[in-house]
Design a protein around this ligand. Structure first.
Ligand SMILES: [Fe+2]
Ligand SMILES: [Fe+2]
Length: 475
């Protein structure tokens, strides 16, 4: 799950292949003629190759590598990549490009009333996708519901949002203000809009369960999100979509796949369009043919209440304090947001990140996204074997593969003396929240003096003042 920085290759000299060949040759103690003879080329040719002047093709490269007794890959430079990606507020402010939405069924671009800006687009192979949304108002008669794989979480930064969610038991309308958050199954048709003429801002995370989110996005890097504009989606239709995806990923036509399964192409076509029942024994045949387990096709499609979960800003402090199990509360205190959604794979938290200078770096399975709400946060990690740090201020965010060593350290800017920064921290992990988090006894992290001080600070500051992050605005 890296971010690649070398998508534009350097020129031939900058590749350093000649230098590598020379270094390997000298390491073996061979003069030019020795390697030339072993690789079946003239001394002149080898000399030109070592000075990056000669003609070098892949066959010659392999011959030289074989003569040196090494893999040809060792003679080529490795891509520079990082395991984290930082999105700064200032860049986000200036970015004019927004994500486009493409309909699954028709392949058509669609006009969407909200502006979506990706926060970790260059990060390849991620399981959740953070997006900054500027939501605009839209009248009832122009509502256009969308649905996409698989779960979505959002927290409001500024303004008031309305989320409409069409569930099997009826339409749900929820209004959310700053720091209110909602987590829902996004394969249910939904829409968000600002409740006033002023745009509202929010941070959204899409998650595709155990699969890469790119499955639902354009493979050509065009920054599109694939969605389905449907008023209802049946279980059969959701499974059918995955069958079509698995078939096309194997390069099989309808006819070829139908023949493999022993059914007619017409019947398969109707099943893939969700218009004909899918017998379980046929689904099992599909699993065998695609070498996929049953839940590859069925995970998350059987929608049952609760369809969504909300935590209001005023209730955040009532959520139990947790800490990353592999780190402890010295580094950050976490309060799970919208934890009522069962079976989810994404764990969003309101985080108080402390000054963790003395805390060692840690690793754990999964991915982390941190969006700074208030104060300053420093990411410490290791890059190419060396320690690196990256400073984040309010409005900046960081997406990281947490299997690599990392630590977030925070400092508040509040005059009341709080030393911790506030952030939205969202985790993805297939091992679940028991693996990620440990409960924290409140008394073990706060002294009586601390409690009195924070209670006094709380009384003197209205709750909305706590949200000091000024979300990016278009200028
Ligand atoms: Fe959505
Ligand atoms: Fe972590």
């Amino acid at each position: 799950m890296p971010v690649y920085y070398d998508t534009t290759p350097p020129d031939k000299h900058a590749l350093g292949i000649g230098d590598r060949i020379r270094a390997e040759r000298k390491g073996n103690g061979w003069p030019l003629h020795e390697l030339a003879a072993r690789a079946g080329m003239s001394v002149t040719s080898l000399s030109e190759i070592e000075t990056d002047k000669g003609r070098l093709d892949l066959a010659r490269l392999e011959r030289l590598a074989a003569a040196l007794g090494i893999s040809a890959e060792r003679l080529l430079p490795r891509s520079r990549s990082t395991h984290f990606y930082v999105s700064s507020r200032s860049v986000l402010q200036q970015a004019s490009a927004t994500l486009t939405l493409v309909d699954y069924g028709s392949g058509n671009l669609t006009h969407y009333h909200n502006r979506l800006r990706p926060l970790a687009e260059p990060f390849v192979g991620k399981h959740m996708d953070p997006i900054y949304i500027e939501a605009l108002p839209v009248p009832d008669d122009r509502l256009s519901f969308i649905s996409h794989h698989h779960e979505e979480f959002f927290v409001v930064l500024k303004g008031e949002l309305e989320c409409l969610l069409r569930t099997p038991t009826g339409l749900i309308r929820e209004k959310l203000g700053p720091l209110d958050s909602m987590h829902f199954w996004s394969h249910l048709p939904h829409i968000i809009r600002s409740t006033s003429a002023t745009p509202a801002n929010s941070i959204h995370l899409h998650c595709s369960g155990d699969h890469f989110v790119e499955l639902d996005q354009a493979a050509d890097g065009s920054g599109a999100i694939y969605f389905r504009d449907e008023s209802t989606q049946t279980t059969a239709a959701l499974v059918a979509r995955r069958i079509t995806g698995a078939r096309t990923a194997r390069g099989l036509s309808l006819g070829e796949f139908a023949r493999d399964l022993g059914i007619s192409a017409r019947r398969l076509s109707e099943i893939e369009r969700g218009r004909r029942p899918l017998p379980i024994d046929l689904l099992l045949k599909i699993c065998i043919r695609c070498r996929r387990p049953l839940d590859f096709f069925t995970a998350g499609v059987f929608v049952a209440p609760p369809y969504y979960s909300i935590v209001r800003a005023a209730d955040i402090d009532r959520q139990p304090i947790r800490a990353e199990r592999h780190l402890g509360p010295e580094a950050a205190e976490l309060r799970l947001l919208a934890s009522g959604l069962t079976g989810r794979r994404m764990y969003p938290c309101y985080a108080r990140i402390h000054d963790a200078e003395g805390v060692t770096l840690h690793e754990h399975l999964g991915e982390e996204f941190v969006y700074v709400l208030n104060g300053e946060v420093t990411l410490s990690t290791v890059l190419h074997g060396r320690p690196v740090t990256q400073d984040l201020i309010a409005g900046d965010s960081c997406f990281i593969n947490s299997a690599l060593p990392h630590r977030f350290s925070g400092a508040g800017l509040s005059a009341s003396g709080h030393s911790s920064a506030e952030a939205l921290a969202v985790y993805w992990c297939p091992l679940g929240q028991e693996y990620l988090f440990a409960d924290v006894e409140e008394s073990s992290t706060e002294t009586d003096d601390d409690r009195d001080e924070s209670a006094a600070a709380e009384r003197s500051e209205p709750s909305e003042v706590r949200l000091m992050a000024q979300p990016p605005t278009r200028e």
